[in-house]
Write a protein that binds this ligand. Structure first.
Ligand code: SAH
Ligand code: SF4
Ligand code: F3S
Length: 456
C-alpha cells in the first residue's frame, strides 16, 4: 500500500524551523512520506508564529485555503501547532471560525504529536492539547534535518526577559537549558554525518546554563560542571568536523567577557554576531525593558571589534514603539551610523495581545511608523552597500548551499560573516567550503568565482 503523505508549512523563526524538523522526523518514523504538494497531502501541519500581526494574518489566510479540500476529504487531517496556539484568543477564534481543524497542539508538547495524530486519525475525533508551561526537556526525539551540511541545534527553550513588546515569553514559557552532554552528543553525531556548520538556537543564548544552576543541577554528572554559553562554544569548537559555529540570538544585557574573548580564540566561531539593539534611545530601551543603554551597547561593539576587527555585526530594530518621539528615532538613526551594521532586520512595531506595551499610551500612527521605517532602511541600505564594497577582490571561504533560486548554473553560499555570495557552480560543490574570489559587490549579496575551478 502506498504511504500516506504529509506536508508542513512553517512560519516564524529558526526555533519553529527546528521544531518542524522534529515533527517531520516523527511523521517519517510513523511511516508517512513527505510531499512538496500541500494540495495532495493526507496530513497538513501548520507550525505558527505570533511575533507580529502579519504572521497571524498569513496563518489564517493559508488555513482558509485548506477548508474546501478538508471538508471534501474526510480522510485528510489538518493540524495546527506552534506559538499562536499558546494564546487563548487564538484557540477561541479557531473553534469559532475553523471548527473543521482536526488537531491543535502547542509549543510545550510536540513530543506528544505522534500519539495525538494517531488518535485523531484512528478515532476520527478532533483534539486540542495545549500545555500552559513546558515540563522537563524531552530528549532523543527524531528529526528530519532540512540540510546535510548545516544544522540548527537547540541549546535552550523559552525566555525570561519579558521585553514589553514581545509575545515570545508567553508562547514559549520560561527559560530551560539543555544539558551540555546532550548538546555535545548531538553536535558530535551531526559532525559524524557530515554537518559542517552548527547554529546554536535560543531566545537568549547568553544566559545558557543559568536555568540549570537555578534548578540545582549545577554539578551534573556530565563532567561539564557549570558550563556557560562561552564554555559551550569552546567545547563545540573542539568537535572534529565542525567548521563553523553560529548562534541566535544573543541579548546584549547578558553578553559575557568570555564570549567576547571566544571571538579571539575559537577557530571555528564565525566572525559574525547578531546582536539585536531594538532602539538607539535610552528612553525607549527602558520602556522596552531591555536592561542596557545605548552606550553600553556601543561599548560591547567596541570590545568585539577590538578582539575581532573584521567581525560582521547585524541587528534587529523596531520602529514606532509606543511613545517613540522624532528625537528617539534620530537616536536610533545615529546609533545605526555609529555601529555601521552589515545588515539589519527592521520591524514596524506591532501591538501583541497580552503584552504590557499593548496598553502603553502614545501608540504611534501608521503614517509616522512607515515614514520612520523608510528613513531607517534607507540609512541601513546605504551603509550596507558601502560595507559590501570592502569584500571586492578578496578570496573568502564560502560554504556552498546549492543552486540559486532563479538559475540552476548559479550557486549560492555564505561567507563566514554570513554574507550571501553567488557564483557559477555545479551540484557537487554543495556542502563544501570553497575559496571564492569576490568580483562584484552588491548591496545585499556578492558575486564571485570559485578559485582554481577550471571546469567551465
Ligand atoms: N529573542 C530574540 C528575538 C526574538 S523575536 C532577541 O531578543 O533578540 C525577533 C525580533 O522580532 C525581535 O528582535 C524584535 O526586533 C522583533 N519583534 C518582537 N516583537 C515585536 C513586535 N511586537 N513588533 C515588532 N517587532 C517585534
Ligand atoms: Fe522577546 Fe525579549 Fe525574549 Fe527576545 S529577549 S524573545 S525580544 S522577550
Ligand atoms: Fe514566532 Fe514563536 Fe519564533 S512567536 S518568532 S515562532 S518563538
Amino acid at each position: 500500500m502506498k504511504n500516506k503523505t504529509y506536508h508542513i508549512i512553517t512560519f516564524g523563526c529558526q526555533m519553529n524551523e527546528r521544531d518542524s524538523e522534529t515533527l517531520a522526523g516523527m511523521l517519517d518514523t510513523m511511516g508517512y512520506a513527505y510531499t512538496e504538494d500541500k494540495t495532495k497531502a493526507d496530513v497538513v501541519l501548520l507550525n505558527t508564529c505570533s511575533v507580529r500581526e502579519n504572521a497571524d494574518k498569513r496563518f489564517f489566510g493559508v488555513l482558509g485555503q485548506l477548508k474546501h479540500r478538508r471538508l471534501a476529504q474526510p480522510d485528510m487531517t489538518v493540524g495546527v501547532c506552534g506559538c499562536m496556539m499558546q494564546q487563548e484568543h487564538v484557540i477561541a477564534a479557531l473553534k469559532e471560525k475553523f471548527p473543521w481543524v482536526d488537531l491543535i497542539f502547542g509549543t510545550h508538547n510536540i513530543h506528544r504529536f505522534p500519539q495525538l495524530l494517531h488518535e485523531v486519525r484512528e478515532q476520527h475525533v478532533h483534539l486540542t492539547d495545549i500545555w500552559a508551561e513546558g515540563g522537563a526537556i524531552v530528549e532523543q526525539l527524531p528529526a528530519k534535518r532540512a540540510f546535510s551540511y548545516k544544522a540548527y541545534v537547540n541549546i535552550m527553550y523559552g525566555c525570561n526577559n519579558f521585553c514589553t513588546y514581545c509575545i515570545v515569553p508567553y508562547t514559549r514559557g520560561r527559560e530551560r537549558s539543555r544539558q551540555p552532554t546532550e548538546i555535545l552528543n548531538e553536535v558530535r553525531r551531526l559532525a559524524e554525518s557530515g554537518t559542517k556548520e552548527i547554529t546554536l538556537l535560543g531566545q537568549n543564548v547568553n544566559s545558557y546554563g543559568k536555568s540549570r544552576y537555578e534548578a540545582g543541577s549545577y554539578c551534573m554528572d556530565d563532567g561539564v560542571e557549570g558550563m556557560d554559553f562561552a564554555g559551550l562554544i569552546r567545547a563545540i569548537d573542539k568537535v572534529s568536523g565542525i567548521e563553523r559555529i553560529r548562534f541566535m540570538t544573543s541579548h546584549p544585557k547578558d553578553i559575557s567577557t568570555d564570549l567576547i574573548r571566544a571571538y579571539g580564540d575559537c577557530e571555528h566561531l564565525c566572525r559574525h554576531i547578531h546582536l539585536p539593539v531594538q532602539s538607539g534611545s535610552d528612553r525607549v530601551l527602558q520602556k522596552m525593558n531591555r536592561h542596557y543603554s545605548r552606550d553600553q551597547y556601543l561599548e560591547i561593539i567596541d570590545r568585539l571589534r577590538k578582539i575581532c576587527p573584521s567581525i560582521a555585526v547585524t541587528t534587529d530594530i523596531i520602529v514606532g514603539f509606543p511613545g517613540e518621539t522624532e528625537e528617539d528615532f534620530r537616536d536610533t538613526l545615529d546609533l545605526v551610523k555609529k555601529v555601521r551594521y552589515d545588515s539589519a532586520f527592521t520591524f514596524l512595531y506591532s501591538p501583541r495581545k497580552g503584552t504590557p506595551a499593548e496598553h502603553f499610551a502614545d501608540q504611534i500612527s501608521q503614517e509616522v511608523r512607515h515614514d520612520r521605517f523608510n528613513r531607517l532602511i534607507e540609512e541601513i541600505h546605504r551603509i550596507q552597500g558601502e560595507k559590501s564594497l570592502d569584500y571586492q577582490g578578496k578570496v573568502l571561504p564560502v560554504l556552498v548551499e546549492g543552486p540559486s533560486r532563479t538559475r540552476s548554473d548559479v550557486f549560492t553560499g555564505r561567507t563566514d560573516s554570513s554574507k550571501v555570495v553567488d557564483f557559477p557552480g555545479a551540484p557537487e560543490m554543495t556542502g563544501k567550503i570553497l575559496p571564492v574570489r569576490i568580483t562584484r559587490a552588491r548591496t545585499f549579496s556578492l558575486y564571485g568565482e570559485v578559485e582554481g575551478n577550471d571546469s567551465e
